[in-house]
Design a binder for this molecule. Structure first.
Ligand SMILES: [Zn+2]
Length: 210
């Protein structure tokens, strides 16, 4: 567990207003990065952070600093949205052509959009069972929540966002294993790889609206 990041997350959750410089704006791109930030807040935990022995974090956790069901979550990149019938807090978006590796299909995974009891904060446009619905970048998917989560993870309203590999036959691999996910750093244009970022707060000095 990265002590610095854990300490930062606790500080942020206690008083987000005191750390305004850590806030990254949702719906904007960082420089030339292909993906928009999918939500606003402090990027508290990174890809490949370890919450417990033998487990590596497969995505990033963005803590909005607000109450449940307040901070919007938007699509980082265009694609085809699916919400499995049993998914309360999660949607996945198929991207047929990886912008950083053309010809490869990847998936973007957005979760924790529900309250602890499982009341969903996903947009009514995407009810359970939604299958392969085309969405543009910036489409509202729902709002940050705190449903479920990693056991060692400090509680707090956030979005977990990850980039999931395809199994080669058009299906997404199991998001829970880091080997099935990609380092989101080049997609979002920020240092989001825990092994390469000891304790710097990932921020963007060049967020653009495009
Ligand atoms: Zn997470």
């Amino acid at each position: 567990m990265n002590i610095t990041r854990t300490r930062h997350v606790l500080s942020w959750l206690r008083d987000p207003g005191a750390y305004e410089a850590w806030n990254v704006q949702g719906g904007l791109r960082c420089g030339e990065a292909p993906f928009m930030m999918p939500t606003s807040g402090f990027i508290g935990f990174l890809w490949d952070d370890s919450f417990r022995i033998g487990h590596q974090h497969q995505g990033i956790d963005v803590f909005g600093g607000g109450e449940l069901n307040v901070t919007p979550v938007v699509a980082a990149y265009p694609g085809y949205l699916t919400r499995l019938p049993e998914w309360k807090s999660t949607v996945i978006v198929r991207i047929p052509d990886d912008p950083l590796q053309p010809g490869r299909q990847i998936w973007t995974y957005y979760t924790h959009m529900a309250d602890p009891g499982g009341d969903s904060f996903i947009s009514e446009a995407f009810p359970p069972g939604t299958f392969e619905e085309f969405i543009e970048a910036g489409t509202l998917l729902g709002y940050q929540g705190n449903y479920s989560g990693d056991p060692g993870n400090p509680t707090g309203v956030h979005l977990h966002f990850s980039i999931v590999k395809d199994d080669g036959s058009g299906e997404f691999l199991n998001e829970l294993e880091i080997k099935n996910t990609l380092d989101p750093s080049p997609y979002l244009g920020m240092p989001l790889n825990a092994r390469q970022n000891e304790g710097d707060v990932p921020v963007c000095n060049d967020q653009v609206d495009s």
